[in-house]
Design a protein around this ligand. Structure first.
Ligand code: HEC
Length: 116
């Protein structure tokens, strides 16, 4: 009897843990969409109106993913950027006041899952 109850509890706990992880994934995907998606696209390909206007790169390529280390990604999220490249004005707002360290880390992890 005791072991049966134990098993039920373990099963319930692991089910709860899996659901919690799935919820986290959904939350970060939502943050990505609302904070990054308008320019970079939900899929990170930059295939958006803003992306075309500003010449935004495809983040899903292996080359991009290698060039932009976690540290570089973190810095640009916090500090933003404003520059001209190939005749196009590129602007990204700094988000250090809006996103805390945990949210930024979660976004970076999410970004790595977009790699094709
Ligand atoms: C207002 C539009 C806009 C939003 C919103 C935006 N970005 Fe950007 N981002 C840009 C532009 C423009 C560039 C420069 C072009 C490029 O490198 O593709 C850029 C570049 C980057 C780069 C590469 C940095 C570099 O030096 O080229 C990273 C990493 C990045 N963005 C991450 C993010 C993340 C993560 C979010 C969401 C938290 C986000 N961006 C939100 C416009 C935006």
């Amino acid at each position: 009897m005791k072991t049966k109850l134990g098993l039920v509890l373990i099963a319930a706990a692991s089910l709860w843990a899996t659901t919690a992880v799935a919820e986290d994934d959904k939350a970060v995907a939502r943050t990505w969409k609302s904070k990054c998606g308008s320019c970079h696209g939900a899929d990170g390909k930059g295939d958006t109106k803003q992306g075309k206007k500003m010449g935004i790169a495809d983040m899903t390529t292996a080359a991009w993913q290698t060039e932009f280390t976690d540290a570089k990604v973190k810095e640009v999220i916090q500090k933003g950027l404003s520059r001209e490249k190939n005749g196009k004005q590129q602007d990204m707002d700094p988000l250090e006041k809006e996103l805390d360290a945990a949210q930024i880390d979660a976004l970076i992890k999410h970004l790595r899952t977009l790699k094709k």
